[in-house]
Design a binder for this molecule. Sequence first.
Ligand SMILES: [Zn+2]
Length: 271
Amino acid sequence: MTRKKRVLVFEAHGDDMEFTCGGTVAKFTDRGHEVHLCVATDNDKGSFELSAEELRAARDREVQGAARVLGVAGVTCLGYPDGELMEKAPLHVLRGQFMRLIRQLKADVIFTWDPFTPYEGHPDHRQVAWAAHEAASFAHLPLYCPEHLKEGLEPHYVSERWFFAKSPRDVNKYVDITDYIDRKLEALFQHESQMVLTVADAQFGLRASGLDVPALANLDPHDYRQVIAEQVKGIARAVGRAAGYEYAEGFRRERFGGIERIVGQTAEEDI
Ligand SMILES: [Zn+2]
């Protein structure tokens, strides 16, 4: 049995974790590793039908519900306005907040968006990616954010960074989630407001394209379960095909500052 790890997921929006690594998180928690989640924004722009206030209330309920499904031990919501992270949370500020969490929780592993991937269109994802990557890189250096040490925290080394792979080209770690695809979907379905948004958004594209898909065009977005399940399973099946799994999630993983490559040995795997 491998050593129990502390895992910290940094996401921009309430459903980022479930879409990108929900199956992997469930697998980690099932194996006794402790997973925490940090949500940077309050999701207050993700709807065609709810007010910003209603969305913020829904976000809290939905994030907690999904965290329970995946066995997440704790959730920290930073509450920045959705879509405004770059303006409201400058990089050095967000990096300091993430570093404090890493030091508080003594995180061995972080999951987040990939700062180096091209074609990342969402500014909140880019901001979270850079802040988390930098926080994880420097959290063991005592001269970064020395105020944390005055509060009684200690410098802490983050062993592994698992970046969400948006393209097959980026994947160097596949996780078999065949036994966890249903948990991933169950967690996603806790995000009612965001599932409705996902379907409604797809309908915009469909109408603009002039393509004829009556089953999607005529679907009430509140009846999202089947279409979301098909989409999520289709992606997980395509990722899995490359690794010989029925369903998988893919990551670009960096471990131990590249020491494995330098010394020509491979450390033990957790998953
Ligand atoms: Zn997002």
